[in-house]
Design a protein. Sequence first.
Length: 318
Amino acid sequence: MSTNSQDQEIDLGQIGIGIKNFFNNCLNTFFDFIFFIKKKIIIIAGLFVVGVVLGYFLDENGSYNQDILVIPNFESNEYLYKKVAFLNSRIIEKDTSFFKSIGILNSKHIGKIEIKAVNGVFKFINQGTGNQQNFELIKLMAEEGNIEEIIKSDATSKNYYVHNITFKTSKKITQKEVVDPILSYLQDNDFYKIQQKIQQKNITDKLNFNDSLMVQIDKLLLNLSSNKGGNISFSEEKGISELINKKDKLILENQMLFLKQHEFEEIIKTQNISLNNINSKGLNNKMKFALPFIFVLIYFALFGFILVYKKQLERINS
């Protein structure tokens, strides 16, 4: 029993010494680091300043995100995607002559051009005269697989209402020098120009017809309200109610037609343009903060490696 007690005391004593040595080593390492910083403060400060200056310069020459929200009219969705894909192929090929032909004099600073649908599955279901067919299509496709994947799939999303054309540039741009030529290029299609004229004429004709119909309704209501004797029969009262409801529907239809008329002013209608948004993804626009610490860490790593190398060299020589 006494031997076991002595062994336990020895073990506890060794554990205590080990803990004490561990904390002493941590303390020594901490102060060694402090004294090292103090000794090398000029070098470290110099690296920090160089990092800030170089980082600031790199951030000034960063990239910018350009976004164009568009609405493809006259079922021109597939046409729009193919046009954007062709533009991107010209960027990859560095075809400066093509871009000059559409009005972009300097295309070297333009990066990859992409287009993605803005998620609008509910608008897709409700849009147009075939909204019931769109709903049935989504319903049928959902039965075949994952509804989330179907909503995001190209086959579905290409038919959404709003789409976002994006590209990056290495410098700031203006709408006139880059965006306007791209939008003009997207509008350039004879087939859809004819479609645009027909649709615009149809809307104008429908608006004129609705206006004439509302004038007739007003005349009928005036005649009924000025009925001799002031007595209105049940059938006449019902007729007045139907005429008022009809006029309300015509007014609502005209409001929607005016919106469509505005939308159909362009084959690819521009909804919004957002230019020169600084690309802050990853280390973009953060180099002035990151580079100083990277330089200092590299210096620490090299200094530590040199110390280890010298110790290993002394070990081998001895």
